[in-house]
Design a protein around this ligand. Structure first.
Ligand SMILES: [Zn+2]
Length: 275
């Protein structure tokens, strides 16, 4: 997909699964299960969808997937299946800039890997890594609420990366704007790409799947539900007004969509879009 000066390509690094109850917070199962079916262990299928954004001189990677530093036991628990096809056209060496929405393992796990000696190494050693300062702090001293999502093997190697920390809204490159939101975890950032007829909004965990478009549908993982709902409403109001392409990072079926209010006054998919 072309957005102004940029070519935007989705890349799915892995499929995995999480408990459906955790994914829908206070929404009862008899409601969410009408939209998405859980497996025998109550988990729902998810993917790690990231974006490659290129303008001919710089290549941005928005989030880096779940990575490959997983034991067999963890792979079974999370149902992790890495997508092998991406070895084809995707070249880590070309990446000049990594934009991390936040350092939860399903977004930042791919930032490091274990080399032949078993040591942790950066996957994109030459890239600038853009992150909110508040999230960098949170990841080093996580709250009990989301400690399990910040793994030291994803956080510590970043000390050796070319970190570019920002605070709040920032245009990190022409027409690439990051927006700080704190309801899911302090210092998460969603990414806006402008310059074309319609903007693209990469929603990250503010709206992880198309099933999370109705306001009340948010994750039990969110550290502050009230903050998240306010941020989500602001995001969706803008998405409707500007007819943005909203990308769903964890949706196994719907890559992206234009959104609208439906007849019941709830946000939902108006038209699904392939990026
Ligand atoms: Zn998250």
């Amino acid at each position: 997909m072309k957005i102004g000066r940029y070519t935007v390509t989705p890349i799915v690094f892995a499929s995995f699964r999480l408990d459906g109850g955790c994914m829908f917070g206070s929404v009862p199962k008899n409601l969410w299960s009408k939209a998405i079916q859980a497996d025998t262990e109550n988990c729902i299928p998810l993917v790690c969808r990231c974006l490659v954004v290129e303008d001919g001189s710089r290549t941005f990677l928005v989030d880096v997937g779940i990575g490959n530093k997983w034991s067999d036991k963890q792979r079974a628990i999370y149902g992790i299946s890495l997508v092998p096809e991406l070895e084809g056209g995707y070249k880590p060496d070309k990446v000049t800039d990594v934009i991390l929405t936040h350092l939860h393992f399903d977004h930042a796990g791919g930032i490091s890997f274990r080399n032949a000696a078993g040591d942790l190494a950066l996957r994109y050693p030459k890239a600038r890594v853009h992150l909110q300062a508040a999230n960098w702090q949170q990841a080093q001293n996580p709250s009990p609420k989301d400690r399990a999502s910040y793994l030291p093997e994803n956080v510590e190697p970043l000390s050796n990366a070319q970190l570019v920390l920002c605070d709040g809204v920032a245009e990190i490159a022409p027409d690439i704007i990051v927006h700080k939101v704190d309801g899911h975890t302090p210092g998460q950032q969603w990414v806006e790409i402008r310059g074309g007829e319609k903007p693209l909004f990469f929603a990250t965990d503010l709206i992880p799947t198309s099933h999370h478009l109705p306001l009340a549908y948010h994750m039990g993982y969110d550290v502050c539900a009230e903050t998240l709902l306010r941020e989500k409403l602001t995001f969706l109001d803008r998405a409707v007004q500007e007819d943005a392409v909203v990308v769903f990072q964890h949706d196994s079926a719907v890559e992206a969509a234009h959104v609208a209010l439906n007849e019941r006054g709830q946000f939902g998919v108006r038209t699904a879009v392939r990026i």
